[in-house]
Design a protein around this ligand. Structure first.
Ligand code: NAD
Length: 386
């Protein structure tokens, strides 16, 4: 049947936010946060603060510094209620209870759409708080202060949030643009070795699909990264964040309505591995394995040369990542369909045709995926016996 009337609707909304790099954001002579949230009127800006408890444990002075900062600028900004601490890591995304805690705080402390939720922590806590901020009053201003390498170069600087549900990664969540993101490098010194390394895989990912020079740079700085050179890590974070931000700006699909997800190179297997390992494997560690798998697959399928594959696998292993895990069983294949279902539309997987150039396919040969896992196991055991 044809319709009798139609009113067409079309409009555009533009979004702007800044990713600001600094050190010691809550030192009273650092005016970045004050300038960002004070509205320069007689009405004070209200904020609540949520902190990852892994960060507050590692930085025992943090809570006091935040309270002191707000006290100092009491004429312009106001901290409403006590600072809320949330258990760090994936557990914060596996339990909806924490969303409720934040909504209660928004309600109890009169936070409105012109107020701020300041979230400080790793990618998991930021994802969870981001979702709560997006649904409270249909969107309260969110300022993210990411505290891990991965959240400063990838997860904390984008437009997505979410929690895990039905045992599936990011099953509940939304696209929501932050008010601002502040990368404070003084948090990075307390990361444990796994979390220092973990986020490097996201830089490797974006370099392999978009920027050969960046890949070479990473190869040349493995030693410095492994010895926790702060300046080198700052540069890695800046370059990786810049590539991610440009992608969101220029892809024409910031809210991922199509099937293409270039920045998810290596992620279909990574998400499944995280789940199969009961989140024992960090997201970045799983991404390193996912990159190794899709690069090996690219080679076995005839797209990527052997010397190029060896450079990738060597780089991953020399950075200290494992590419062989006992959870890498046939079960991993289910990750392909779960990935497709999460995105909707056609299965779209990013592979490599050379270092720095990705391309997309819509089919994966399951036997070749299993053969790739075998190849990686052999490669890493030979390395170990070398
Ligand atoms: P994480 O958030 O799980 O944090 C790891 C651990 O580090 C936690 O125990 C935390 O308490 C601790 N920690 C955080 N900062 C610290 C600091 N400065 N010093 C000491 N300890 C600190 O790990 P992550 O790698 O930051 O984030 C992974 C999460 O990010 C996953 O849930 C993943 O799905 C998500 N992610 C989201 C996006 C997105 O676009 N929204 C993109 C990629 C990944």
């Amino acid at each position: 049947m044809s319709y009798s009337k139609i009113i067409k609707q079309s409009f555009q909304v533009s979004f702007n936010f800044n990713l600001i790099f600094t050190s010691k954001i809550f030192k009273v002579d650092n005016h970045i946060l004050l300038d960002l949230i004070s509205n320069h009127s007689t009405i004070k800006s209200k904020a609540i603060v949520v902190v990852d408890n892994g960060v507050s444990k590692a930085h025992p002075q943090l809570k006091e510094s935040i309270i002191n900062y707000f006290k100092q600028y009491n004429n312009a900004i106001q901290l409403n209620g006590p600072i809320l601490e949330i258990p760090g890591g994936e557990q914060s995304k596996n339990n909806e209870h924490y969303i409720k805690l934040i909504l209660e705080k928004v309600n109890n402390f009169n936070i409105d759409r012109h107020s701020y939720i300041i979230a400080i922590g790793g990618g998991a806590v930021l994802d969870m708080v981001g979702f709560a901020a997006a649904i409270a009053h249909r969107g309260v201003r969110l300022i993210r202060i990411p505290t891990t390498v991965l959240s400063q170069n990838d997860s904390g600087i984008g437009v997505k949030n979410g929690i895990n549900y039905f045992g599936k990664k990011n099953f509940v969540g939304s696209f929501a643009v932050p008010y601002a993101v502040i990368n404070d490098d003084s948090f990075l010194s307390t990361l444990d070795e796994r979390d220092w390394r973990s986020g490097i895989s996201e830089a490797l990912k974006v370099s392999l699909i978009k920027d050969y020079n960046f890949f070479q740079w990473i190869e040349n700085h493995i030693k410095a990264l492994n010895s926790r050179d702060k300046n080198v890590m700052n540069e890695l974070i800046y370059r990786c964040a810049d590539l991610h931000m440009k992608h969101i700006q220029n892809s024409g699909d910031a809210f991922e309505q199509g099937s293409s997800r270039p920045l998810d190179f290596g992620h279909w297997a990574a998400h499944k591995l995280e789940q199969l390992s009961n989140y024992e494997i960090r997201h970045g560690e799983a991404v390193a394995i996912g990159i190794a798998l899709d690069s090996t697959y690219s080679h076995l399928k005839g797209y990527l040369s052997k010397p190029e594959l060896i450079r990738i696998l060597d780089c991953i292993i020399n950075l200290g990542f494992n590419i062989s895990y006992n959870q890498m069983t046939d079960e991993i294949i289910k990750g392909l369909e779960e990935f497709r279902e999460h995105l909707g539309g056609k299965l779209t997987i990013m592979l490599l045709k050379s270092l720095g150039t990705g391309f997309e396919v819509h089919q994966m040969d399951e036997n070749l995926v299993l053969a790739s896992i075998g190849y990686m196991n052999e490669f890493s055991s030979e390395k170990i016996t070398l």
